[in-house]
Design a protein around this ligand. Structure first.
Ligand SMILES: CCCCCCCCCCC/C=C/C(=O)SCCNC(=O)CCNC(=O)[C@H](O)C(C)(C)COP(=O)(O)OP(=O)(O)OC[C@H]1O[C@@H](n2cnc3c(N)ncnc32)[C@H](O)[C@@H]1OP(=O)(O)O
Ligand code: NDP
Length: 257
């Protein structure tokens, strides 16, 4: 979609870049010329994706990090700046989720998800934001949302609440950091094929098909469709777009709100 070379000379950090939607975002950014830096907990998964991006001619590196660990996030991002001289873009994609009734959710279960999604996005965004402000010249951040953050979902209250927080964080920082040339937006996908969400949340018999029936366009999203929206919002072509939430769900949530 974007012209080749749109991200030439740029460095983009993608959390959860070793699988699912994050992996596809990383591949798209690398194909457009960015050096992509992937964060995730499993070193083997990171190694595999980094090798495959390099084989395709891209520039990539992986760092094992749990985004809940503030010190580790700061250390890794400092190393990225040391190695490449800059960070221009951040994608807050790492997430955890599982279905559990709210009255049965343990404190630890709530914390596990909220700390990955909300705290993890905050750790990365504030650290990258401080770098961008100190360096000058601007940059951009895209965080991945979810439709339950907008309309609620009884079985994933932890995730919906944390993602609603990420949306509020995005709008708040878009106001605060606009004068530094830093833009922040959210992309909110509907159910996307070939991802952890499908295996984690829609594994029960009939669940995937039942969701499909409620989608006006008659299919689920594919990973490329989400990655293309993310690369657009990160790019200079979206230079006047900030604090926004782009919902890409085939019309699934129309009529709910
Ligand atoms: C308008 C509505 C339309 C709806 C249309 C739907 C649209 C699609 C929406 C899809 C949204 C998708 C969002 C996603 O984020 S999908 C991403 C899925 N990927 C992952 O989750 C991968 C990463 N996940 C994990 O690492 C783990 O699952 C976890 C989040 C749990 C974190 O791992 P960690 O090792 O840190 O945590 P623990 O295993 O130690 O567990 C911590 C506590 O959580 C409890 N727990 C874990 N799993 C469950 C479960 N399935 N049910 C209940 N409780 C669970 C665990 O027991 C621990 O608590 P306790 O110590 O109290 O036992
Ligand atoms: N797929 C879908 O249908 C939808 C997805 N979304 C959102 O899109 C994003 C991607 O989802 P999806 O592709 O399904 O996810 P996946 O489960 O496929 O991938 C999640 C990625 O996040 C990483 N990750 C998880 N926890 C942490 C952590 N604590 N620290 C660092 N990295 C972590 C995982 O790597 P590792 O395990 O090695 O740490 C993995 O690379 C998420 O934000 C999700 O909420 C929103 C709506 C729909």
């Amino acid at each position: 979609m974007l012209p080749p070379g749109s991200f030439e000379g740029r460095v983009a950090v993608i959390t959860g870049g070793s699988s699912g939607i994050g992996e596809t975002i990383a591949r798209h950014l690398a194909a457009l010329g960015a050096t992509v830096v992937l964060l995730g907990r499993r070193p083997d998964a990171l190694r595999e994706v980094v090798a495959s991006i390099r084989e395709a001619g891209g520039s990539a590196a992986g760092f094992a990090a749990d985004v809940r660990d503030r010190e580790r996030v700061e250390a890794v991002l400092a190393e990225v700046v040391d190695r490449y001289g800059r960070i221009d873009h951040l994608v807050n994609n790492a997430a955890g989720n599982f279905r559990v009734a709210p009255e049965e959710m343990s404190p630890n279960a709530w914390n596990a998800v909220v700390r990955i999604v909300l705290d993890g996005s905050w750790h990365c965004t504030q650290t990258v934001g401080r770098h961008l402000i100190a360096r000058g010249g601007g940059g951009s951040v895209v965080s991945i949302g979810t439709t339950p953050a907008l309309f609620g979902d009884p079985d994933t209250a932890h995730s919906a609440s944390a993602k609603a927080g990420v949306l509020a964080m995005t709008k708040s920082l878009a106001i605060a950091w606009g004068r530094h040339g830093i833009r922040l937006n959210v992309v909110t996908p509907g159910l996307t094929d070939d991802t952890g969400a499908v295996s984690q949340l829609f594994a029960a018999e009939g669940a995937y098909a039942a969701n499909l029936e409620k989608i006006p366009v008659g299919r689920h999203a594919n990973r490329d469709e989400i990655a293309e929206a993310v690369t657009y919002l990160l790019s200079d072509h979206a230079g006047y777009v900030t604090g926004q939430n782009l919902v890409i769900d085939g019309g699934r949530s129309l009529g709910i709100g």
